[in-house]
Design a protein around this ligand. Structure first.
Ligand SMILES: O=C(O)[C@H](O)CO
Length: 410
């Protein structure tokens, strides 16, 4: 089989292993929701598939529900559930309208009732009732996404500008109990940061929020600065939280498939979090060191890199990572690097990620495309498109960070 076919198999197996279906059912098994009303709120890119699993396991018990997911991520009707699609990564009018529906749903519940709250990454944009105007929120979100801030830094700011993030949605549910099930898309599974922690006590501080503004030179109006000085709730008494899956599953499934395909696999890390370009160069450097191997090798890294936008091109962190690796593997033989977002979307593109091999640099050069220039312009999408290096999966139904793999085939 070709390197490309191997990559395809590894990607499919890893994403399938990270689908939330079984994990959500396991998290709900043995739980007793009788006694009062059970309503469901699901947010994030995996909201629909998490809600589907909950509906299957709690058949007939859920009296009403709201699912808020990204455009194109809903896959059909669910019993007693209203499904909304909205903007990501920048919230839009549909995010706000759908969030109002979720808030209405949890108002007037009693202490006997339960809100089953299914949280996945992407929730920060999709689930939002802003404390500032739409224009201000979109402007600040845009600055945060472009400046190279980590997701923890971004969400430290976001939760202070919101009436539902930073534990505030759980407060709105009171006196009802909130049973929340979380699919993690942040390294280390910080529950107060995943989807900006709408049902988890905040652990960040206003001092940190203001330091982030300084660090990245964000331009903020005075009303925002005032909001950043207000601490979200640090304690919540009505919430139980279960975490159901993370990037580790992706890595372990990739490792298993690599082994089945004849590679000797090694998981390098499940917490890759540097600049995308650096991660790509690092994987290429590993390939260089092992170029004389007689055995097929696979090096696996899970996590989520960042891109500091400088250019006006189109791309995503996975595409940048792969393209950056193409330079360093160009003189080797039978080597490939690929990187994909488990949710099926890499940056603001329709691709899940990028694939390169040792021929990519040469093929790009024949088309007059310089890797260096493309990376400077953050335009990996068009370069990879020119050499058939884009990976497409469509929305996958899960969201547990990214998988990056180096294959050396012998
Ligand atoms: O929605 C978000 O905030 C990110 O996906 C991290 O969870």
């Amino acid at each position: 089989m070709s390197l490309r076919a191997d990559a395809q198999k590894i990607i499919e197996a890893a994403i399938t292993a990270a689908l939330p279906d079984t994990a959500v059912k396991k998290a709900l098994s043995g739980e007793d929701f009788s006694g009062g009303k059970l309503v469901l709120v699901a947010i994030g890119k995996a909201a629909w598939s998490m809600a589907k699993a909950a509906c299957e396991v709690l058949a007939g018990q859920i009296s009403d529900g709201v699912v808020i997911t990204k455009y194109g991520h809903a896959q059909g009707e669910l019993p007693n559930i209203r499904i909304f699609e909205a903007g990501h990564p920048i919230p839009d009018a549909n995010s706000f309208a759908a969030t109002e529906e979720a808030i209405k749903l949890v108002q007037n519940l009693t202490a006997e009732d339960t809100v089953l709250f299914l949280i996945s990454g992407g929730g920060s944009a999709l689930f939002e009732k802003p404390l500032v105007s739409e224009v201000v929120l979109q402007n600040i979100t845009g600055q945060l996404l472009a400046c190279g801030a980590s997701i923890t830094e971004i969400n430290t700011i976001r939760k202070r500008l919101s009436a539902v993030k930073g534990g505030k949605f759980a407060k709105l549910c009171e006196p009802a109990r909130v049973f929340s099930v979380v699919l993690s898309d942040i390294i280390g599974d910080p529950l107060d940061m995943i989807a900006s922690g709408p049902a988890y006590p905040d652990r960040s501080t206003s001092r940190e929020a203001l330091a982030i503004v300084q660090k990245y030179g964000l331009v903020i109006p005075q009303e925002v600065e005032q909001l950043l000085r207000i601490e979200p709730p640090a304690t919540l008494n009505n919430v139980t939280t279960k975490i159901t899956g993370s990037v580790r599953q992706l890595c372990v499934a990739a490792e298993k498939t690599c082994r089945e395909l004849g590679y000797k696999p090694m998981i390098l890390t499940a917490s890759l979090s540097c600049q995308a370009r650096e991660a790509g160069s690092f994987l290429a450097a590993i390939a260089q060191y092992h170029q004389d191997t007689e055995q097929s090798l696979a090096f696996i890294a899970g996590g989520e890199t960042v891109v500091q936008l400088k250019g006006k091109g189109k791309g995503g962190r996975n595409q940048e990572l792969a393209l950056a690796a193409a330079e360093g593997i160009a003189s080797l033989e039978n080597v490939a690097v690929f990187s994909v977002g488990s949710d099926g979307t890499d940056g603001p593109t329709d691709a899940a990620g990028g694939y390169v091999d040792n021929t990519t640099k040469q093929r790009l050069a024949e088309k007059g495309i310089s890797i260096f220039e493309v990376l400077e312009n953050n335009d990996a999408y068009h370069a990879l498109q020119a050499v058939d290096g884009l990976i497409f999966t469509g929305p996958t139904g899960t969201n547990v960070n990214d998988l990056s793999v180096l294959l050396i085939k012998r």
